[in-house]
Each structure stands twice: as C-alpha cells, then as structure tokens.
Ligand binder design. Structure first.
Ligand SMILES: C[S@@+](CC[C@H](N)C(=O)[O-])C[C@H]1O[C@@H](n2cnc3c(N)ncnc32)[C@H](O)[C@@H]1O
Length: 266
C-alpha cells in the first residue's frame, strides 16, 4: 500500500513542470499504472485485503451515490458497488480507468482530475479517496470539489499514508552503537514535494503535509471529522515485511471520516 517499508526520497526538486501537457506527477501514474495494478490490486496486497477495503466497507454502509476520486483500476469503487446502487470511479490516468472498465463490477468510469469533478453540486452522499491526496499538488482545489459535490450530511472517507509516522525520511533504525532500536520521524511540519523510488525504476511524486492541513482544510469547508482510525499493520503485511516486525505498533495508515454539516450554523 505505502509501496515499501521505508520511503526513500531521491529528489526534492520541483517535479511538477508539464510533460505532454499534464503534470509530471500525473504522467508518472500513467506510466506506472501497470506496476500499481500488478502489486496492489486484485488481491495482491495484504494491506488492501486485510485492512483498507474492510475499513472502507464498514464506513460505506447505507451510502447510495458514491464517487471514488483517484479510483485507479477501481478496487474501491467495485467494493462500493457491492452495496451501493450508483458508483462512479474517476481517475486522470487512461491506463487505470481502462483496466477498471475491463474489470467491470457495476462501476461507471470517468477520466478526470479530482480538482475538476464534472458533476452538479450535492450529487453524491459519499466520496472515497484512498491513497491519492499524497500525490496531489493542488489539495485546496480537490477539497473544494469534494465539499461542493457532497450532499448535506454526506461523508468523505479518506485514507492517507500516515502523515506523521510515514513522513519522508521516517523508518526503523537499528542503532548498533547505542544498542537501541527506534522509529525515526522525518521533518513532519515541513510541507515537501519529493520524488521517490518506490520500487526499482518506479519514480512517483509524493506531497507530504501535516495532518492538520487536511483536517483544517476539511473543517473550513464544513466537513467535520467524525472518525479517525490509525490501525496497526495487518498480519499479512508483517509476514512479508519482516523488517517491520519490531515496529508493528507504528501505523502506516491514517483513515479519516468527515461529514458535511447539514444543520444551521450557530
Ligand atoms: C496509489 S493510487 C490509488 C488508486 C486507488 N485509489 C486505490 O486505492 O486502489 C493513486 C491514484 O491517484 C491518481 N491521481 C493522481 N493525481 C490525481 C488527481 N489530481 N486527481 C485524481 N486522481 C489522481 C493516480 O492516477 C492513481 O491512480
């Protein structure tokens, strides 16, 4: 899910210049869509299977109209479609939504950026965004759109690589001089854009932001946090990542449920 056990920044240069008319961060997702699909979808990834998908399923209960922003090949959207009558999966990558359409599952697919949702205001009662916003430069525009298209009382279900404990530069340290082991936390308060080699030859753009940027950005738009989950890494992940065993009490995921205020302001 978080691509590897220790995120390794290879560059903090501005990676956003246009390439083929779209931002480099998005272009990288187009280029590496098959890497994502092979390693993190269709049952390949224990964190999705044992943790992320069940968590979203429990919070989707009762939703009728769901938009999955940054749907990738649609694993979250397909999950939603098992219980919700109308589900749209949206992603700027043609390679992602193309496979989503081929995999089916009762989802309507659309190629679009989260900053420009082609839907009327208050069209959805649930929006899901899973491991996407840490790749998005213009967070404000995406949050504006989420707040606009959600109906009053609607919910946003958001999963992030844990912004505090997975800050770039974080990781398990074996100190052989002091004979100590500890979890190093990178520069948390500093917003930073990095390009990271998440697997050999796979370079992706990450935007690190403190958790308060997300929570306060939602609150400014009338979206209030009603649940925050920080689950421990699931057994299937620990079985594959032995180097993480000692750090099993350090969450890799932050899950936020926020609901759009539907009452009269005091
Ligand atoms: C880590 S994948 C997650 C895919 C899917 N949400 C899942 O959980 O399987 C990140 C996805 O975000 C998409 N993405 C990147 N920038 C985006 C943007 N500005 N708006 C919407 N999606 C974006 C990428 O194309 C990619 O499919």
């Amino acid at each position: 899910m978080a691509h590897n056990t220790e995120r390794r920044p290879v560059s903090s240069e501005e990676p956003w210049e246009a390439r083929d008319g779209i931002g480099a961060g998005r272009a990288a997702w187009e280029e590496h869509a098959s890497w994502w699909q092979e390693n993190f979808t269709a049952g390949a990834d224990p964190e999705y299977e044992e943790q992320i998908l069940p968590l979203f399923a429990s919070h989707l209960e009762g939703a009728q109209r769901v938009l999955d922003v940054g749907t990738g090949e649609g694993q979250m959207a397909r999950l939603a479609a098992e219980s919700c009558p109308m589900v749209v999966g949206m992603d700027p990558s043609a390679a992602q939504v193309g496979l989503g359409a081929a995999r089916g599952g009762g989802v309507h697919y659309l190629r679009a950026d989260g900053a420009h949702c082609p839907f009327a205001s208050e069209s959805f009662d649930a929006v899901t965004i899973c491991l996407v916003l840490e790749h998005v430069l213009d967070l404000e525009a995406v949050l504006d759109e989420v707040a606009r298209i959600l109906a009053p009382g609607g919910r946003l279900l958001l999963a992030l690589n844990h912004p505090l404990l997975q800050t770039p530069g974080s990781g398990w340290i074996d100190d052989h001089i002091l004979e100590e082991q500890y979890w190093r936390i990178g520069p948390y308060l500093q917003e930073q854009v990095t390009t990271e080699e998440v697997s050999k030859g796979i370079f992706l753009t990450f935007v690190h932001r403190p958790l308060s940027i997300y929570v306060n950005g939602l609150a400014r738009r009338g979206l209030y946090v009603t649940a925050l989950e920080e689950p421990a890494p699931p057994p299937g992940f620990l079985a594959l990542a032995h180097e993480y065993e000692q750090a099993a009490s350090i969450p890799r995921l932050a899950f936020v449920r926020a609901e759009k205020f539907s009452g009269t302001p005091c």
